[in-house]
Design a protein around this ligand. Structure first.
Ligand code: DX5
Ligand code: ZN
Length: 218
């Protein structure tokens, strides 16, 4: 990809210093915000009040990744609050198209996320309702896990459709992205790379973002 986008995940940041942690990656494309409800995934993070505060604390567009049940009920308020992207999981709802339309009507970009084991074939027809496809390359729930390379087949398949002009969609990858794994993801056709521990585990998060971007641009 010519212009790789890096989205640092604040899941690996210091939650007591989120404004500073955002400032440390000021030239990131998006700031990735993992919302977990302890039901869809076995972990609990943050919700709408924290997102509302973050929106006031940073100019970086927020990429909200909702790992929650019942996104039809909970997703639109993130769009109304001013999140740039609101992404939810296809496994969490019976009616992803209705949720996408509500998100877009509320003024945000709509994203669809798939767990590593979820195939894309059943959803190809609905992807036109979305602005981004977030391919999970670890099981959602925790930072610091190892990249699952098999998911790159899904990335390649969608890349082909986008390059053929059959779809307009940004392809985003999330989980285990670091200096060693980002090149394979970039080669498969990823546009946007989420990185948590590789950014906030580094001594200089801003420098880590720049290094990842350079690697992806190879
Ligand atoms: C995991 C989250 C990821 C997480 C990635 O469920 O969706 O965004 O922060 O962390 P790393 O980059 O450490 O795998
Ligand atoms: Zn995420």
């Amino acid at each position: 990809v010519a212009h790789p986008m890096i989205a640092p995940s604040i899941l690996s940041a210091d939650f007591a210093r989120l404004a500073d942690e955002a400032a440390a990656v000021a030239d990131a494309h998006w700031l990735h915000v993992d919302v977990m409800d302890a039901h869809f995934v076995p972990n609990l993070t943050l919700g709408l009040p924290v997102v509302q505060s973050l929106l006031k604390a940073t100019d970086i567009p927020l990429d909200c990744h909702l790992m929650i049940e019942d996104p039809g009920r909970w997703a639109p308020p993130y769009a109304e609050a001013g999140a740039h992207n609101v992404t939810f999981h296809v496994e969490a709802t019976e009616n992803p198209v209705a949720v996408a339309r509500d998100i877009r009507a509320a003024g945000a970009k709509a994203g669809l996320s798939v767990k590593p084991g979820t195939p894309l074939e059943p959803y190809l027809e609905i992807l036109k309702e979305f602005d981004t496809l977030l391919v999970m390359s670890v099981e959602p729930g925790f930072g610091g896990q190892s990249f699952i390379p098999d998911v790159l087949d899904k990335v390649r398949a969608i890349r082909r459709l986008v390059d053929a002009g059959e779809l307009t969609l940004l392809v985003e990858i999330d989980g285990g992205i670091n200096a060693d794994t980002i090149e394979a993801a970039a080669e498969a056709g990823v546009d946007c790379f989420v990185a948590g521990s590789a950014v906030y585990g580094a001594d200089d998060p801003g420098e880590a973002v720049r290094k990842l971007r350079e690697r992806a641009a190879h």
